[in-house]
Design a protein around this ligand. Structure first.
Ligand SMILES: Cc1cc2nc3c(=O)[nH]c(=O)nc-3n(C[C@H](O)[C@H](O)[C@H](O)COP(=O)(O)OP(=O)(O)OC[C@H]3O[C@@H](n4cnc5c(N)ncnc54)[C@H](O)[C@@H]3O)c2cc1C
Length: 460
């Protein structure tokens, strides 16, 4: 059976849904094909931070910020290996996309200082609410969303990628896309095969992320001649209790509020203020990869109820943290040498006073906040692992979200947005920029597909 529409979108996460709202609102006929029985992918499981600067929300909370500062942070965190044009495009469209999301009914609840940002800029959504709202908007505008619809192959006709092969509830179909195909199928954090191929050093990480995120979009695009970017920079995310699963993501970033990180010997081994991706690299290099966050009541009091990263009290209620009135007793509980942990904390506290930390820590996260001494009992510890939850490397695109071949030429008819795309984060990832780029570039892909086909039609 064959169907013909204007735009086919592969995947119904943040990128695919934003693309579908944008395209359907512009009058295009749109179908969204989602492999899983439910929509949402990793977007639904996410920690809920979206990186935007200069928003009304920030202004209302007295935070002065700008797109330029966001761009600079993103490039710095990516060690300037990012595709600058993509980062600048994010900067150019981010505020408008924040306002667009608000207009679609997406609720922003809070704004936190998160990894890689000079200012508190992690705008929190409630993923279920955001996904439901975008789905409703897409349907209102006439988009059709199919679940259990697995895209298996793409095909060119007259040099243009136009045909989408899909298996839907046991039957095979071909859908023809007159104006464009948008790959929004997420990353490959659930593909052992691709992780083994691209990131063999990360095999000991906890696997999280949408179960449908097996890198299908990368294979589909590569068959059509796409080039890949950022695969050498694949990283895990530090901060998860080893018992974490998709249903129970037990995550705490006490280190960004003033905690420290130690290994089994009770020694610090990394500047705790750097990106949690780089913390993940450092943790994976420790013997047995067993590490602990250590903090005191001052840090505990900075917990934020209900927050994905900073709700320390809830993790304590679940019995995932150890607590003691003395450092020595805490060390004994977690099995690290007490004298060593005591020495580590004394040296750290001294460095907080002198500003002369051996590991170079002068802030809480990125350039934000001042470290505090670990002196106020009770003291706390959490066994902490690194998780592979998102891949952030993949298909090469330009600022129009067109998929590019190894010669930087666009592949006609093919667009990509969201986690399936590479080149954006470079060597390091800044919190909130993945959901942010999914929304921004999902919309750009839809607009471009429509605009370009309108121009082509006018020229015929
Ligand atoms: C635990 C966790 C916490 C996170 N926290 C944050 C955060 O706070 N801020 C942030 O910015 N990012 C965060 N991320 C990363 C972020 O959630 C993702 O990178 C982002 O949601 C990706 O959006 P997407 O639309 O590209 O992909 P997804 O939301 O994953 O959607 C892709 C969809 O495509 C479907 N699909 C795949 N293959 C096919 C196929 N062949 N046919 C049809 N459909 C297909 C999948 O089933 C999936 O539903 C987090 C991720 C996780 C797992």
């Amino acid at each position: 059976m064959k169907a013909v529409v204007d735009i086919v979108i592969i995947g119904a996460g943040m990128a695919g849904l934003c693309a579908s709202v944008e395209a359907a609102a512009a009058g295009a006929s749109v179908i969204v094909l989602e492999k899983q029985p439910q929509i949402g992918g990793s977007s639904l499981l996410s920690g809920c931070f979206m990186a935007f600067a200069g928003t009304e929300f920030q202004k209302q909370h007295g935070i002065t910020d700008s797109a330029d500062s966001l761009i600079e942070d993103m490039l710095q965190v990516g060690q300037y290996k990012n595709d600058r044009t993509l980062v600048e495009t994010y900067g150019q469209h981010q505020l408008e996309t924040y306002n667009w999301l608000v207009n679609q009914g997406v609720q922003f609840i809070d704004c936190q200082a998160v990894s890689g940002h000079t200012n508190p800029r992690g705008h929190t959504i409630v993923p279920n609410q955001a996904i439901d709202m975008l789905k409703s908007r897409a349907i209102e505008h006439g988009a059709k969303i199919y679940t259990d619809a697995v895209v298996t192959r793409l095909e060119k006709r007259n040099e243009r990628v136009e045909q989408v092969h899909v298996t839907y509830r046991g039957h095979s179909y071909v859908v023809e896309a007159r104006k464009g195909i948008i790959i929004a199928s997420g990353g490959f954090s659930r593909s052992e095969d691709l992780l083994e191929h691209f990131a063999p050093g990360l095999t000991n990480t906890i696997r999280l992320g949408g179960v449908g995120n097996t890198g299908d979009g990368i294979r589909l695009a590569c068959e059509q001649g796409a080039w890949l970017r950022d695969t050498p920079y694949l990283k895990g995310t530090y901060g998860f209790h080893p018992s974490s699963t998709n249903d129970n993501k037990r995550q705490a970033h006490t280190f960004y509020k003033g905690g420290i990180i130690v290994n089994e010997q009770g020694d610090r081994f990394v500047n705790e203020s750097i990106s949690y991706k780089l913390l993940g690299d450092a943790a994976l290099q420790q013997s047995d990869q067993s590490t602990f966050q250590i903090w005191d009541q001052t840090v505990m009091d900075k917990g934020v109820k209900g927050d994905a990263l900073y709700d320390f009290a809830s993790l304590e209620e679940l019995g995932l943290m150890e607590r003691s009135e003395s450092i020595e007793a805490l060390a004994t509980i977690i099995g690290v040498p007490p004298s060593s942990l005591q020495q580590t904390i004394s040296s750290y506290n001294e460095a907080v006073d002198t500003g002369n930390d051996v590991l170079g820590r002068t802030t809480l996260t990125h350039t934000f906040g001042k470290p505090t001494k670990i002196i106020t009992a009770p003291f706390y510890a959490m066994n902490t692992s690194t998780a592979m939850l998102a891949t952030y490397a993949g298909v090469t695109v330009n600022e129009k979200a067109e998929v590019l071949n190894p010669f930087n030429e666009s592949i006609p008819g093919l667009f990509a947005a969201g986690e399936v795309v590479g080149g954006f984060h470079g060597a390091g990832y800044m919190t909130g920029s993945s959901l942010g780029k999914a929304a921004i570039f999902g919309r750009i892909a839809a607009k471009q597909a429509i605009q370009q086909s309108n121009v082509e039609e006018a020229l015929v």
